[in-house]
Design a protein around this ligand. Sequence first.
Ligand code: PMP
Length: 438
Amino acid sequence: QPDRKQSAQLYEEAQRHIVGGVNSPSRSFKAVGGGAPVFMQRAQGAYFWDVDGNRYIDYMAAYGPIILGHAHPHVTEAICTAAANGTLYGTPTELEITFARMLKEAVPSMDKVRFVNSGTEAVMTTIRVARAYTGRDKIIKFAGCYHGHSDLVLVAAGSGPSTLGIPDSAGIPVSIAKEVITVPYNDLPALEAALERWGDEVAAVMVEPIVGNFGMVMPESGFLEGLCRLTRAHGALVIYDEVIVAFRLHYGAAQTYAGGHFPDHAAIEPDLTAMGKIIGGGLPIGAYGGRRDIMERVAPLGPAYQAGTMAGNPASIAAGIACLETLRQPGVYERMSALSEKLAAGIADGALRHGIPLTINRIGGAFSTHFCDHPVRNYEDAQQTDGEQFALFFRLMLNQGICLAPSKYEAWFLTTAHTDADIDATIEAADRAFSAMK
Ligand code: PMP
């Protein structure tokens, strides 16, 4: 086991000043048995080095954004240039237009866009806009889908019970939580029943069109088509939260993901879309957009207010443009998908040889590993996986220099920086981990 004395010491110190020692609860090791998280000092390409000098192959990609690997030269240069020209103006800039055009070209349903600072903000605002447009208050979401930490969507968002209106956090008024109806993902009859009952009060149905928050989960055939049809039949809007999946699987969003998955793009187009993560190239960003007549309800054109001191700042926009320019090169996604296929196959093979039940859901350059012997198609399936086995696997991998997110629900993300040798080393490490787990 590598020495992590410095991390342990920093964790002690951090806990004195920062709540729980971390600035986002997902970074704590609470879900994998506790103890000091690893304090990283430097990152380059597919690797991290911690404060004790240990090296790790990174499959977290910072929960998604770092798709080009760390400190990609094109992105770094764009950030440096932007910083040298001033990081924040409080005025519009031309680059914002360039970037809005790039997003629209890749995701045509976003006829008009607005940049914000995080995925949370983007999602939160789509809900306000949908409410402003429909004059209704309720939303329907799917159990286990995480849409950021704003009041309304922190209901059945990854850990709480999937029942009507029970918040996952203290501090959310019951009056707000009861505006949220939660149904199981991939379950059209449940959505239909909810719409039958509350349809004329529902402003929007919010969904991760491809799920990234209880593992990677594809919508089953007809699910998104049915969702769009039923939602519109009840006069509600369809909102896609593409914060994780936009530009993760191909140059575009889940709603434009071809690959044989969505033959009829038009039938699954949302009214509003929220994005974040990858589109900031590693700097803070969020974006939302959609149908022109809906988006024109936003201030200064319309009565739905949304603003931001940091919104559309030159550094995030420049990093986002540089990131998308790099992703747009031919072969980029094919390569990540091939590496992910090889890695997932190697891990599956190792688990099988050591008799460890493992379900892998792979979509392009992302996959999730669930310690169970059933398919994972909704949140309940994902909950019924072995968290203790995952925790053990997580630590056995970490001790061999492989960095995964410390939660059984998170995906593995490939980046353009990973090499074949990284994949081989990771498959070997997984094999040793499975052997130790028996
Ligand atoms: N939506 C989805 C689908 C997400 O995965 C996340 C973050 N994991 C968010 C929204 C919130 O984004 P942020 O953390 O940037 O606020």
